[in-house]
Design a protein around this ligand. Structure first.
Ligand code: KG4
Ligand code: ZN
Length: 342
């Protein structure tokens, strides 16, 4: 018999995503983004995101079904991000999932957004070798997770104690006048710069910090250091070397992320590292992770960039694993939980 056909709905932040998978095979990944509507604010505005989801959800659903050449009746289960994320944004996806589930008499699975970021890798590289370590780096999260069994949740090893990695990219891009979102533009700008030209701080890597924060991150000190460095240049009437600042900042972030991720693998006897979240699209992060992992026989799995950022396919991918594992569906009164734990 065919493997189950699972539809996934993602609305936790500024992307309305609806994906359809069969087993590990991606059939459709329809996306509508409100990112342009937030650009002039320099960050995601929750009310604007919620309204955009409301407008986009039905047409995006239609596009996903058309792309996969299926109808709602063909779907075996509907998965939806029920947290963590922006409360009003999550609510649109959860309400839509319930509506479709009720209308078409389908089981519904509320899933964790972070676990979905890990699960999406299976669409690209097949079943995940477990245990694995996952590093999720996005605009909202920077976490190291231990994955013993994806269908049974994930265990946090560490997380940022202040700004998320993507947030640091966005804030630094803003103070450099490079625009929003910051990650892609810093990535591009850094290509022309020297990553060793400015020694920016590596947060929580000093021996005294490692004792309590071995697998935690801190990026707000780095952001402040970049701001001070730029201010000093401007005070001296010197031009700001955007490429060198971008490259040196990016190097500081990627150095800490990859060092701690590899250490987490070694400490836990794990030989697979999955990287997900929007920052996983960073070109330097990918190269440095590969380089350092290779020295310890660790395999790095990074899905293609379009699957790293928020999308519906990741939710469908996790839903597909849950259905395959025989996990019971959620109740139809499933709440949206903006602060959902792992
Ligand atoms: O996973 P995502 O789409 O949304 C959530 O935050 O959940 O991640 C968006 C974040 C933004 O902060 C963006 O600046 C960052 O990912 N990002 C990047 C790159 N592409 C996106 N950061 C660094 N380098 C990139 N190439
Ligand atoms: Zn995300």
């Amino acid at each position: 018999a065919d493997e189950p056909l699972v539809l996934g709905i993602e609305t936790s932040c500024d992307e309305t995503g609806i994906g359809i998978v069969r087993g590990h095979t991606l059939l459709a990944d329809a996306l509508a983004s409100s990112v342009d509507q937030h650009a002039r604010f320099g960050g995601v505005v929750p009310e604007v995101a919620s309204r955009a989801h409301l407008e986009a959800i039905v047409p995006t659903m239609q596009r996903a079904l058309d792309d996969a050449k299926v109808t709602l009746a063909d779907i075996d289960a509907i998965a939806v991000t029920s947290g963590p994320g922006l409360a009003g944004a999550l609510l649109v996806g959860v309400a839509a999932a319930k509506g479709y589930a009720l209308a078409a008499d389908k089981p519904i699975y509320g899933v964790n957004h972070l676990a979905a970021h890990v699960a999406v890798d299976t669409l690209e590289h097949g079943p995940l070798p477990e245990p694995a370590v996952a590093m999720l780096v996005s605009g909202g999260h920077s976490s190291l997770l231990l994955v013993d069994d994806l269908t049974n949740g994930v265990t946090p090893l560490g997380a940022t104690i202040d700004d998320a990695a993507g947030e640091a990219f966005d804030k630094v891009a803003r103070l450099l006048g490079l625009g929003f979102p910051g990650g892609p533009v810093i990535d591009r700008t850094a290509k022309e710069g020297n990553p060793r030209s400015i020694a920016f701080p590596r947060g929580l890597t000093a021996p005294k910090d490692l004792a309590a924060h071995r697998f935690d991150f801190s990026f707000s000190g780095l952001k402040t250091a970049v701001a001070r460095w730029v201010e000093a240049r401007e005070r001296d009437g010197e031009p700001v070397p955007l490429a060198d600042v971008s490259a040196s900042f990016q190097e500081a972030v990627c150095d800490v992320l990859t060092a701690k991720a590899i250490e987490a693998c070694r400490t836990n006897g794990v030989s697979t590292l999955v990287i997900g979240g929007g920052v996983a699209a960073n070109s330097r992060l990918r190269v440095l992770a590969e380089e350092r992992a290779a020295k310890h026989g660790i395999e790095v799995r990074v899905p293609r960039p379009s699957l790293c950022t928020d999308n519906g396919a990741m939710v469908a991918a996790l839903g597909s694993r849950l259905v395959a594992a025989g996990v019971a569906p959620s109740r139809l009164d499933l709440p949206a939980d903006s602060a959902m734990p792992l």
